[in-house]
Design a protein around this ligand. Sequence first.
Ligand SMILES: Nc1ncnc2c1ncn2[C@@H]1O[C@H](COP(=O)(O)OP(=O)(O)O)[C@@H](O)[C@H]1O
Ligand SMILES: [Mg+2]
Length: 258
Amino acid sequence: MILRTRGVSLAYGSESVLRDVSVGVDRGEVLAVIGPSGVGKTTLLGLLSLAVAPDRGTVELDGTDAWAAGESERLALRRRVGMVFQEASLFDASVARNVSYGLRVRRSWPERVRDGLRSLVGSPDAEAVDSAVREALDVVGLGDSLDRHAGSLSGGEARRVSFARALAYDPDVFLLDEPTSDLDPRNTAVVEDAVRRASQRGIGVVVASHDMHQAERVADRVAVMLDDGIAEVGPTERVFADPDDERTRKFVSGELVY
Ligand SMILES: Nc1ncnc2c1ncn2[C@@H]1O[C@H](COP(=O)(O)OP(=O)(O)O)[C@@H](O)[C@H]1O
Ligand SMILES: [Mg+2]
């Protein structure tokens, strides 16, 4: 697995949110983390992003325990994990500049980017940046919107641009928190298609969602979070059709109302 937790626990004060959670994602796979609101999905993504340390347990990227590593190594690992937040925070500039910003200013390059775009460091190669930007925008269906101003985008388009910005970094892993909340069906379909396309590039994708139908549409495997842990994890079709765990069965059938 490219990114995994082993036995992680996290509490906010005396409130245990995650207890002994072990879950991971492979390269080229979409894992959906589903569960009711407030169960701890966003908290789990925070741990997977290597931004938050667990109270107990380990978080490993490509076999390296991020919190046992030194700070500079952990920061380097963290750069290999792309995150798309619920709020698209674009700045006041063109779509192309928003997507290319990180590529232009980034000092420490993840290996795959560094190999491909080494020439950018020191002397930015505008053409290489352009093609990375164009490619990322194509994935979200905005390849013809390079010159549009961020302020002119609809909410759904802004979300797609922030997806493209994270994709342009060429991360090993992509974490998406409720990526289609508040989006209309058309923008939702584009984002879900982009999720699958990202995984087809070999990226490991984790999608946290309270929408189990989204999990059915995009995920290879699904992890069902209930109470303070993973009730069940397995291939999407199997978990929905024939869950092992009684609480999962109640949750996916709608019997268990939170
Ligand atoms: N920074 C925080 N401080 C205290 N409690 C928090 C904090 N963030 C989240 N929580 C609590 O932790 C629980 C899990 O939250 P969260 O991970 O956001 O769940 P989800 O994303 O599944 O809705 C909730 O009860 C929430 O109120
Ligand atoms: Mg959340």
